[in-house]
Design a protein around this ligand. Structure first.
Ligand SMILES: Nc1nc2c(ncn2[C@@H]2O[C@H](COP(=O)(O)OP(=O)(O)OP(=O)(O)O)[C@@H](O)[C@H]2O)c(=O)[nH]1
Ligand SMILES: [Mg+2]
Length: 339
């Protein structure tokens, strides 16, 4: 049998009360009180429908996303001057296509090259090195940096290339922040591993500094490579494809809300002034990057730490890894003051 959910529309204000009482007499249980015009009661409607969402298509991707995953992986390589970006691109291609050299600032414009890795199409984008803004004086270099940032916007996954002989500097964190703010998936690669001093403590040091420095996203992949010898490049590319998949993932609403209930139960939201913040439901509004809207009452009072808790457990429990996640809170109005 098809389940029936009774909805009483035009329920705003006092005018609807009589109709709601009449609707109760129909024998379908309490009606969901809705005002389609005023946008009220949507949270209640969703709650009433939630038990029936279980049979929702379990395929985690919609058709559009699948097309996107068959399309070339748009992979931009960014970093400070001299990190070895162009050398890395040459090593991937297996030929000296880019000009490289020991002086900083050799690449001036972003260059996109179509390539294939293990039969999968990749659009590689080499970019100009990005120095600290205060040091960028001449006009040409400014244009180069703007061009590199443009490549970030165009990419799906961005590799931030570090120089193992220099370690992680504040400029690297600034670039990483920028990539995440743009909603791109980030991978960090530690290049020149062939000449790294004291590799294991270097690796741990960079890992720890990333954990402290990139507070908005935890656990960004860190991969050691050598553009010179080719070491680590396969690992880098498989991480890049994996990351794009997470970045493109859609979680079915039923699964998402089962997670949501568990997360709230494990760590209930606070009750400022004795009034509990009620979290009703969550829905994924888009992917690339994954974006969610949480509906509830008094959610405008939710502390940032609780938002972080939700985003972090979403990442951990639903396999989003370290891709940037957008979360918006929305409070539907309810004239009846129901919880
Ligand atoms: N030992 C070692 N040297 C490397 C490696 N990768 C790059 N280099 C050297 O680092 C220098 C800079 O390399 P590039 O590829 O030109 O660096 P880039 O990041 O493209 O630099 P810009 O275009 O100026 O931003 C060159 O002398 C390379 O030979 C590596 O894995 N190991
Ligand atoms: Mg270069």
């Amino acid at each position: 049998t098809t389940p029936i959910v009774l909805v009483a529309n035009k329920a705003e204000g006092r005018a609807g009360e009589q109709g709601i009482l009449e609707a109760m007499a129909l024998g379908f249980g309490d009606p969901v009180q809705l005002s389609a015009e005023h946008g009220e009661g949507m949270g209640d409607l969703f709650e009433a429908l939630l038990p029936y969402l279980e049979r929702e298509d379990e395929g985690a991707l919609d058709a559009g996303d699948e097309d996107d995953l068959a399309a070339p992986l748009k992979l931009a390589i960014v970093g400070r001057p001299n990190a070895g970006k162009s050398t890395l691109v040459n090593r991937m291609l297996g030929e000296d296509r880019m000009i490289t050299g020991p002086e900083a600032g050799i690449t001036r414009d972003s260059i996109a090259i179509d390539w294939e890795w293990q039969g999968r199409p990749v659009r590689l984008i080499d970019t100009a090195g990005m120095r600290k803004r205060a040091k960028v004086q001449d006009k040409l270099e400014k244009l180069s940096v703007a061009d590199a940032l443009h490549a970030v916007d165009f990419a799906e996954v961005v590799v931030l290339l570090l120089d193992a002989t220099l370690g992680l500097e504040s400029q690297d964190l600034r670039i990483a922040d920028r990539v995440l703010e743009e909603g791109r998936a980030l991978i960090i690669a530690l290049n020149k591993w062939d000449v790294a001093q004291d590799p294991s403590s270097l690796f741990n040091g960079v890992k720890a500094a990333l954990g402290d420095g990139l507070s908005q996203v935890k656990g960004v992949p860190l991969i050691t490579v050598s553009a010179m010898t080719g070491r680590g490049i396969d690992q880098l590319l498989s991480a890049a494809f994996e990351t794009r998949e997470a970045w493109s993932r859609r979680v079915p609403t039923g699964e998402l809300n089962r997670w949501f209930e568990r997360a709230i139960e494990a760590n209930p939201p606070p009750a400022p002034g004795g009034k509990r913040i009620k979290m009703r439901y969550v829905t994924q509004v888009k992917s690339r990057p994954p974006s969610f809207v949480v509906f509830g009452t008094r959610v405008d009072q939710l502390p940032a730490s609780y938002e972080r808790y939700l985003v972090n457990s979403l990442r951990r429990d639903l396999g989003f890894g370290a891709v940037p996640i957008r979360l918006t809170l929305r409070a539907p109005k309810n004239p009846f003051g129901g919880s």
